[in-house]
Design a protein around this ligand. Sequence first.
Ligand code: ATP
Ligand code: GLA
Ligand code: MG
Length: 526
Amino acid sequence: MAGSVPVARSLQDIYTDDALASQTKRWAALVSRFESIYGHAPEFVARSPGRVNIIGEHIDYSLYAVLPMAITADVLLAVSVDSFLSTKSTYRIQIANVQDAKFPAHEFDIPHDAVEIDATVHEWTNYFKSGLRGALELLRKKHGADFKPKGMRILMDGTVPAGGGLSSSAAFVSASALAVMTANGEHVVDKTELTELAIVSERAVGVNSGGMDQSASVFSERGSALFVSFTPTLKARPVHFPKTNPELTFLIAQSFVTADKFVTGPIHYNLRVVECSLAAAYLNAVLNPPGTRLPADAAPLGISLHGFHETYFALTEHATKASSSKPVPEQLRELISLTENALTKQEGYTREEIAAVLNITVDELNSQFTSRFPVRADRFKLRQRALHVFSEALRVLQFMELLEDPAHHPEAGSDTSAYNAKLGTLLNETQDSCRDVYECSCPEIDDLVTIARKAGSYGSRLTGAGWGGCSVHLVPADKVAAVREAWEREYYSKLGLTDEQKEAAVVVSKPGSGSALYLVKEGNLS
Ligand code: ATP
Ligand code: GLA
Ligand code: MG
């Protein structure tokens, strides 16, 4: 699936037929609003979608593979290139948003050599700047250190709910980086390069995220989910669901609890990244031979549970002169049992306890693990976090085996309820682990999940970072109405939602296409 970001020739290349009428209207409104703000038509639109994660939650930053898919909701950036806005030492970026009350317009004169991002304030344009910074780093690698960026005028329209677990942030950063590359004359943008730079640059906003969202946004193809693996290098490939009877539908249900990862990072998301990295270091110290160093890898803090996993088996196989490697699912089961014995403290570990095992000082621990993204915790729950990661990595492989191994496929035309239920059980196990072991669910998501399961969902769980946001449900087509009604009766009717919110509360998710570029010819979208 490598290759370059496609240039769409019509909106049909981007959206499915059922979305075309409303998208055509939306794009036309974007172009005409651009014209009324800036006095001329945009030259192109950079587009990147949000995503829903099917399975593989909170394991991407430990470098284990995940299975998301793109959704129809997306970020559009209409752009014109305006070199005359540049001076000798700066270039100008003007950026506005169709939701201007919530996201006010800004103008920046940016020095040629550096993009300042103040991660201590939560400012929507930081996401653009992080895409800009990443794209410029790549352009400088290609064209030399004195590359001079072009000025740009931008109008954004995003339909992915912000903080809703569907990754509006990665859609925004990926679209921004694509827009900057294009504005600066890169006519062919490599998908892997774009994704890698979007992954690293999004961290500049203050959330130490993994690489699932940007990969799903850039690489997805219409009609298929996406298997994303992060080692030895970033790879993504389409995955198809076999035909089932009853047919399977993915429903996405919002909890309307906004999970602001930027604000809660120190006690939620960023803390989990620290806990997983510390767990990797701790397991390495107690299970590998003294002096073993974990390999530096692409994880946010430079070491990962996956890195520990590989090191551990490489060393044991070498020591036992094993002629072949154990299958990965078997390795993961072994790691689960090793973790249960090596990390016994349910209440968590203090910095002093961890530093002593790692044979470093508390100051060294802080500087290595908690200095770039501060966290607030007295104890780190290494046992629970490692157990979630290893068991979730195993569930992804089991889910993939059900999807891709013909030996598991149900007979064509037969009733496939038992097969569907197996897929659903894995999703339910993910939810249980997220709620009880990783502690990233919330009571509202738990309610949506319970209601859906009672009304006929095979599998229901939170999707994305959690602590609010969205949930995803694998529902037989003939139970979709019943599940929707149950939510309305038992959950949504109690929230006092606006008509617009009611409309957006539940969507049937069809796998959508990934990033694309659209060249606007003389203001025309045809
Ligand atoms: P998750 O990461 O859990 O999947 P998410 O990506 O939607 O969910 P965040 O990572 O917290 O949530 O990113 C949300 C932020 O992205 C918003 O606070 C805002 O700054 C920015 N953003 C998202 N959509 C828009 C938009 N349409 N216009 C401007 N800024 C937006
Ligand atoms: C957020 C992050 C992703 C991933 C998920 C949890 O969406 O941006 O990298 O870690 O949470 O699976
Ligand atoms: Mg996000």
